[in-house]
Design a protein around this ligand. Structure first.
Ligand code: HAX
Length: 467
C-alpha cells in the first residue's frame, strides 16, 4: 500500500525527475532526491492517521529478557518473520535471486549483486541493470583509502583481532566525514540526509578496501591485489583479497547480499541506528555496529562455527574415529555439558531453519557437492536440532546464517577463519546504513526508550493487582 502511495505521490512531487527515473537512468542521488519528500509525506500521514493506535504490550519477561519481540523500532529496509525468515523490501532471498540484476546482466544470470540490493533497500524499487551498474561505478570512484589510514593499519599488531583492526580503520576514516563537516558549519537539518548519503556511499566504497588491508596486514605482506573498473563491488573485493575465480566472485555476491540486513533489532543494526540517532555520522555509527557484530553470540559466530567443526574433526581423527552422526552427537553433548553454546544454531527471532542457511546450502550443492566440510555441515544439521531439542533450552534448534558461511569460504582456500566476521561486517554496512540514510531523511528522533528498576516493576505489578 505504501509503495502504491509512493508511486502516486512521486508523480506529483517531482515531475522533472519522473522521466529520468522512469527510463531507469537516474543516479542514486537523483532517485533519492525525488523519493525523500514522498517518504517524508507518507510518514507524516502515517503518524497523523495512526499515531495513537496500539501495536503491542510489554511483559515483565520481555523487559528483563532482552526485549524480544517488543515492537519499538522503525526499520524500513527489511522485515523478519519467525517462520519464513527475512524479506528485503518485501522480497525473500529466492525472489531477490529471480528479480535483481546480476553482474553479467539482468536477473537470472547468476547471483544478484549487492549493489542491486542496496538500490532496492534505499529506493524501495528493483533497479534496472543500468541503475545497479551506476551504483557500482559510484562506489568504485570513491574507494580510495587515504595514506594515513593505510599507515595506521600497517602499524597495528597482527595479533589484534581483524574486527578490531577494521573498526580502527573506519574510525580513522571519520576525519573525512562530510556530515560532520556540514553539521559543524551549521547546515539546516533538512539538508542532513544529503551529507549523510555522501558519507554512506564513501563508507560502503571504502570498507572492502579497509577489509582487504586488514587481511593482508594480518595474514600476508601488507599489499593488496589490484582492482578493475570493469568489475563489480564483489569481484573487486575478491581481487583485493587475492581471489581471482569467477565462482568465488559469485560466492562473494551471495555472501554480501544475504548478510546485509536482518531487520532492525539485531545487535549490529540496532547499535548503528542507536548511535546514529544522536547525529553521530555514519563512520561513528557503523563503527559501533561493527563492535556489536564482533560478539560471539552475533557475527563472530561464523568464526566460532569453523573452529567448532575443526575441533570436532581433530578430536575424532586423534581417537581414530570417523566423523559421523554418532560422533557429532557426542561432540554436541560435550559442548553443551561444558556450558557452551553450539555456534551457528539458534536465533532470537527465527523459529525455523534460516533461509540464509538454505541459500548457502544450495550454492554448495551447485558448486561443491563433494566437499568434505560441506558434508560434515549436512550431517551436523541431521543431528544437532534433535540434540538441542532434547537439551530442552533453546527456543529454536535450527541453524542460522553463520552455520554455513565458513565452509564455503574454506572450500576456496579462504582458511583464515578469525577473519570471517570482517566479511560479515562489510556486508552488514549495506543494510544498517541504508536505514541510517532514511533515519536522517525522515528526521527520526534521538532513540531513548524507558528503563525501569526491579523495584519499579514490583511496585507496578502490585499496584496493577490492587486496581
Ligand atoms: N547452543 C546451546 N544453547 C543454546 C543455543 C545453542 N546454539 N541457543 C540457545 N541456547 C540456550 C541459551 O543460551 C539460553 O540458555 P540459558 O537459559 O541458560 O541462558 C536458552 O537456550 C534460551 O535461549 P533462546 O531464547 O533460544 O535464544 P536467545 O534468543 O536467548 O539467543 C542466540 C539467541 C542466537 C544468542 C542463541 O541461540 C545462541 O547463543 N546461539 C549460538 C550462537 C550463534 O550461533 N549466534 C549467531 C546467531 C545469528 C546471528 O546473529 N548471526 O550474526
Amino acid at each position: 500500500m505504501i509503495t502504491h502511495m509512493s508511486r502516486r505521490l512521486r508523480n506529483t512531487v517531482a515531475p522533472s525527475m519522473k522521466s529520468l527515473a522512469t527510463r531507469g537512468m537516474a543516479s542514486i542521488q537523483e532517485t533519492l532526491t525525488e523519493l525523500v519528500p514522498v517518504k517524508q509525506a507518507e510518514l507524516v500521514a502515517l503518524k497523523k492517521e495512526h499515531g495513537h493506535k496500539v501495536i503491542g504490550d510489554v511483559t515483565v519477561d520481555q523487559c528483563i529478557g532482552g526485549g524480544r519481540d517488543i515492537k519499538s523500532l522503525f526499520w524500513e529496509t527489511s522485515l523478519l518473520d519467525a517462520q519464513e525468515g527475512i524479506r528485503f523490501r518485501g522480497y525473500s532471498i529466492p525472489e531477490l535471486q529471480q528479480k535483481l540484476p546480476t553482474f553479467k546482466g539482468p536477473a537470472g544470470q547468476g547471483e544478484p549483486t549487492p549493489e542491486a540490493l542496496v538500490w532496492l533497500m534505499l529506493t524501495d524499487t528493483i533497479p534496472t541493470k543500468a541503475e545497479a551498474d551506476s551504483l557500482t561505478h559510484e562506489l568504485y570512484k570513491r574507494s580510495e583509502i587515504p595514506q594515513h589510514v593505510v599507515a595506521l593499519l600497517k602499524s597495528l599488531p597482527k595479533s589484534l583481532h581483524p574486527m578490531s583492526q577494521l573498526v580502527v580503520g573506519l574510525m580513522a576514516l571519520q576525519k573525512d566525514s562530510k556530515f560532520a563537516a556540514a553539521y559543524a558549519s551549521g547546515v539546516h537539518k533538512k539538508e542532513y540526509w544529503k551529507h549523510t548519503l555522501e558519507d554512506i556511499l564513501d563508507v560502503w566504497a571504502k570498507l572492502p578496501e579497509l577489509a582487504a588491508l586488514v587481511f593482508s596486514n594480518t595474514y600476508k605482506d601488507g599489499s593488496v591485489g589490484s582492482k578493475d573498473p570493469s568489475l563489480d563491488y564483489s569481484a573487486n573485493f575478491a581481487r583485493r583479497l587475492g581471489y581471482n575465480k569467477p565462482e568465488f566472485d559469485e560466492l562473494m555476491r551471495l555472501y554480501l547480499v544475504i548478510h546485509s540486513d536482518h531487520e532492525g533489532g539485531n545487535a549490529s543494526a540496532h547499535t548503528t541506528h542507536l548511535v546514529g540517532s544522536t547525529l553521530s555520522d555514519p563512520y561513528l555509527s557503523y563503527s559501533a555496529g561493527l563492535n556489536a557484530l564482533a560478539g560471539p553470540l552475533h557475527g563472530l559466530a561464523n568464526q566460532e562455527v569453523l573452529g567448532w567443526i575443526l575441533d570436532l574433526q581433530k578430536k575424532f581423527k586423534a581417537e581414530g574415529k570417523p566423523v559421523n552422526k554418532e560422533t557429532i552427537t557426542q561432540f554436541a553433548w560435550e559442548t553443551l555439558k561444558s556450558g557452551k553454546v553450539i555456534p551457528g544454531y539458534g536465533h532470537a527471532v527465527l523459529r525455523k531453519t534460516d533461509p540464509r542457511y538454505t541459500s548457502q546450502r544450495e550454492f554448495a550443492l551447485k558448486y561443491l557437492p563433494d566437499d568434505e566440510l560441506f558434508k560434515i555441515v549436512g550431517t551436523i544439521y541431521e543431528v544437532v536440532p534433535d540434540v538441542l531439542t532434547e537439551h530442552g533450552k533453546t527456543k529454536n534448534p535450527y541453524p542460522n546464517v553463520d552455520s554455513h558461511s565458513g565452509v564455503l569460504l574454506w572450500h576456496y582456500g579462504f582458511k583464515e577463519f578469525n577473519y570471517y566476521t570482517v566479511l560479515f561486517g562489510v556486508s552488514r554496512a549495506l543494510g544498517a546504513l541504508s536505514q541510517v540514510f532514511w533515519d536522517r531523511a525522515l528526521g527520526m528522533p534521538l532513540e531513548r526508550p524507558k528503563s525501569v528498576t526491579s523495584k519499579w516493576i514490583l511496585e507496578h505489578v502490585n499496584n496493577s493487582k490492587s486496581q
